[in-house]
Ligand binder design. Structure first.
Ligand SMILES: Cc1ncc(COP(=O)(O)O)c(C=O)c1O
Length: 477
């Protein structure tokens, strides 16, 4: 950047970790100056030589969007995947922290380094939690708490698993769209991300089968190392993978696991956030011998992202390698956080909190759906649709074909003018070389805004859409 400054400091406040992820779409390296201003003349003349992986780190087109959000404090963000502020468990955390830090022995244990794989106490609690969610007794599954690895958010676990099984050029099959933070990481690692269509029941098993068959037919099956799916209330669509598809997908993956096993990552980040009805069992129920499926969960969504603690039930074959990998990274995630979380689970605080969260989010989800019905649907009844999630934080909106929701489209500018933002759908698709990304989608989140803001945000969105539809000549039908 000219004018005496080197680099740009982008303010990410209020947008959260996804900001980093959304960098994954623009292939520009950017420098950060963290408040210092370096004169051009002071710049070192030599540059660092980035590795090929480093060069594939990418910038975010959303930086523009963030800057706009910061410029306009009245703007309602339906973009961020952050959780509800009001329900964060501050008091509960304080109580537990006081008890831990007030007891010399416990305090010493919690403030010391912990185990690379995670605290034994927390892993025991997590295993009980897993069995409870599945409705299974511990005896019905051949695994144990020893198969659990605790991580610095489930994002770290995703990254480590990819690091462990993927070489450059290997293929990962995901869904279309998918959790773009991870698919962006995969692309930056040099993997080829292919994608399978979803419908209201999630990933279509027959499409997965077809894709694997085509790799086999061309003698390239050995390149396929992983199938990645977000099975509950998917980010970005809110869609849940139907329970009956889970054993089917597992069998397909087994069928094509010829010279090596293909790893299934079942990312269940939003599992606990199920609002009414019973959430489906995880794929682990069918992977009884703990062979193919890494089931990943997190405290970020059902409790508090500030703990940045995730965990996974890892296939037996991978567990030692994964612990070694983690050892080389950080030899263990925050021990204090794990002590607090284990206590929160033991005391029932976690469970109570999930119930409270679900009630609050269900209200906000309903408010968003009602507002869409009122302010957006009637604008082009046969050409606008949205998902009806049974949980999670997201609704996926489809506008008439040809309406570009991207940052250079008319709608984006109009939304800013009206004072609302969502995530343009183009950022939510993997870089699948064989596909063209649709431009008429928007991810809407009801995580951080209040119920009133959700309604007002959708009203403003409706006004912006109405304006663009009129300009484009898309009449009400
Ligand atoms: C589908 C999905 N998986 C994983 C994560 C990572 O969350 P964390 O690292 O905070 O556990 C997120 C965060 O938004 C997510 O949406």
């Amino acid at each position: 950047m000219r004018g005496g400054f080197w680099g740009v400091r982008l303010c990410c406040i209020g947008i959260g970790g996804e900001v980093d992820a959304l960098r994954c779409k623009q292939r520009v390296m950017r420098s950060w100056n963290y408040g210092r201003s370096w004169k051009m003349s002071e710049q070192p003349s030599k540059k660092f030589g980035f590795s090929s992986r480093g060069r594939r780190s990418v910038d975010q087109p959303i930086s523009y969007l963030i800057a706009k959000a910061v410029e306009n404090p009245d703007l309602i963000s339906l973009a961020a995947g952050l959780v509800d502020y009001e329900t964060l468990p501050g008091e509960e955390s304080l109580e537990i922290l006081k008890d831990i830090l007030g007891d010399k022995k416990r305090s010493e244990a919690a403030l010391q380094y912990g185990m690379t794989e995670g605290s034994g106490e927390l892993r025991d609690e997590l295993y009980k939690h897993f069995c409870e969610l599945e409705g299974m007794s511990e005896a019905e599954f051949t695994g144990s708490a020893k198969d659990i690895v605790v991580s610095t958010g489930s994002q770290q676990l995703l990254h480590m698993l990819a690091d462990l099984v993927l070489d450059e050029g290997d293929v990962v099959i995901s869904s279309w769209p998918s959790y773009f933070v991870f698919t962006g990481v995969l692309s930056a690692m040099g993997s080829t991300v292919r994608s399978v269509d979803i419908d209201e029941g999630g990933m279509k098993p027959e499409e997965l089968d077809k894709m694997l068959a085509s790799y086999e037919a061309t003698g390239q099956l050995d390149r396929v190392k992983m199938v990645y799916l977000v099975s509950y209330h998917q980010n970005p669509t809110g869609i849940t993978l139907a329970e009956e598809r889970k054993p089917e997908i597992l069998e397909i993956v087994k069928k094509y696991s010829k010279n090596h096993k293909i790893l299934i990552i079942e990312d269940a980040a939003y599992r606990e956030l199920t609002y009414g009805g019973k959430a489906p069992a995880s794929m682990k129920v069918w992977d009884k011998d703990n062979e193919y499926v890494a089931l990943l969960q997190t405290f970020s969504k059902p409790f508090a992202p500030g703990y940045k603690t995730g965990y996974g039930l890892i296939p037996t074959d991978l567990i030692d390698g994964l612990i070694l990998n983690k050892g080389g990274r950080d030899f263990g995630s925050s021990n204090l956080a794990q002590h607090v979380l284990a206590e929160a689970m033991r005391r029932g605080v976690f469970k109570k909190h999930v119930e409270k969260l679900c009630a609050k989010y269900a209200e906000k989800r309903d408010a968003m759906l009602e507002a869409l019905e009122k302010y957006v649907g009637p604008l082009a009844p046969n050409e606008i649709e949205w998902t009806n999630p049974s949980g999670g934080l997201y609704v996926w909106l489809t506008l008439p074909e040809g309406i570009d929701t991207g940052k250079d489209g008319k709608l984006f500018a109009k939304k800013l003018e009206k004072g609302v933002i969502g995530v343009p759908g183009v950022y939510c698709y993997p870089d699948d070389p064989a596909r063209e990304i649709p431009v008429n989608k928007i991810r809407l989140s009801f995580g951080t805004p209040t119920k009133e803001q959700v309604v007002e945000g959708i009203k403003r969105l409706g006004e912006a859409i109405a304006h663009v539809l009129e300009e484009e000549g898309v009449a009400k039908k």
